[in-house]
Write a protein that binds this ligand. Sequence first.
Ligand SMILES: [Zn+2]
Length: 462
Amino acid sequence: MARSAKFSLKLLVDEKKNKVVLAEAGHDFVDVLFGLLTLPMGTIARLLENHQKLPQVLGCYKNLKQSVSDMVIDDFETEACKSMLLSPKSSKEIHCRRLKLNIDDTAATTFYVCSKLYESDSCKVYSNFYNSRCSCGSLMSYSVQVPEDAQVLELLGNAVDGVFVSCRSSFIVTNDLKVMLNSIDEIVKVVNGLGYPNLNELQEMLIDVGSEEVLSLLGNLFTSESALTSTFLMKQSMTTMLPLPPPPMFKTGTVEQGSGCHMKVFVGKLDRKILYAECSEDFIDSLLTFLVLPLESASSLSNDNTIFGCVKNLCRCGYRRQFTYNLGLPGYYTCSKKLLEIASCPSLAYECLIPHKCYSSSLLKCARWFERSLLGKGDKVVTLNPIDPKNFKSCTSMIVDKGFVKRNTKFIVSDDLLITPMNKFSTIGLLKKMQINMNDFEAQSICIYKAEVCSFYILCWY
Ligand SMILES: [Zn+2]
């Protein structure tokens, strides 16, 4: 089991200052660090919450996830929309399973087909989510096996070759997670750069690193600029007060041409703090996309002075395999109004081999391609195309407005990102509960564009 593996890490420590200067690590540990960049933010929040290591700054993710849990199926476009947000999938899930240590316990991707696959051409589709709606209208609940190697475009590495790391060397990792090749001059540069003339004042420390330590390290990425010290010497997360970004400048009035969305905010007249926002499904789709963003994409939305310092150092490392620089969302997460413009990886088409007189999905085999000369008499090969699990109608119909939550619905969002559909929300109840002086607040119409969504995204961490 890849969750029980251990690494040996050699730390160079300044005991007087209780500080890690650098670590010497094998390529398999660096691979695990790069793997963290691929984890969806919702998965990170879940893993840290389960291990009671969830830093306060990730609380908004807990609220987003809670909002998805609390909403009923009818609040979403399809049943699949709820499960794809509650258990976010990463486009590098299979790669992570090849790591020596994989902290992500998300269930492996399954492929579902319609029971009428054998009969109708319109049913030659698949979905990665149980009970997605087939083109014929039936629910897709029959699972078929697709080999892991067929699910990725690039050659999969393994624990020996390196999954994300491009070089089989040993590495130096600095306290703020800059990764470089291990060499005498690099060590001298780092040590001298921190003001130590030589290694005499520094002590060597050999430690074992397992999944608990990697989870602590993951939590410290959001709270500390000294991730190694916080993880291995403090044994608890250390909160560093990092500068707040400037608040977003919201534009009032009409929406410009392009992809913006309107909302009405209830704002304090004095502190300009937004108490609640009333908005439509487009903004909610953007907010819920935060749950499925890989850590690397999430950090790319922020400027350099925010909490992602260690993450950005990891991202900048030059020893990553080329394909890992383009992390995208799995294609089925794309919504029609893209306020965030996150790259996506389109789902692949597969060939499905239907053996002669086969009427059970357990006998179906899938691959990217079958050699026709090896087929048995009466065997049939059909192409399975991906279907959008957010679709509730036939995939052939012209649906232009695609998203997670039900179209033409109003939602109310609290300052800490709790989302409630308007039809389940009592505005009178809220105003009574908050016991606020109505004269201290005013309603404003604003519109939100990509820049504001990014600012909003960063602000929700503080
Ligand atoms: Zn069907």
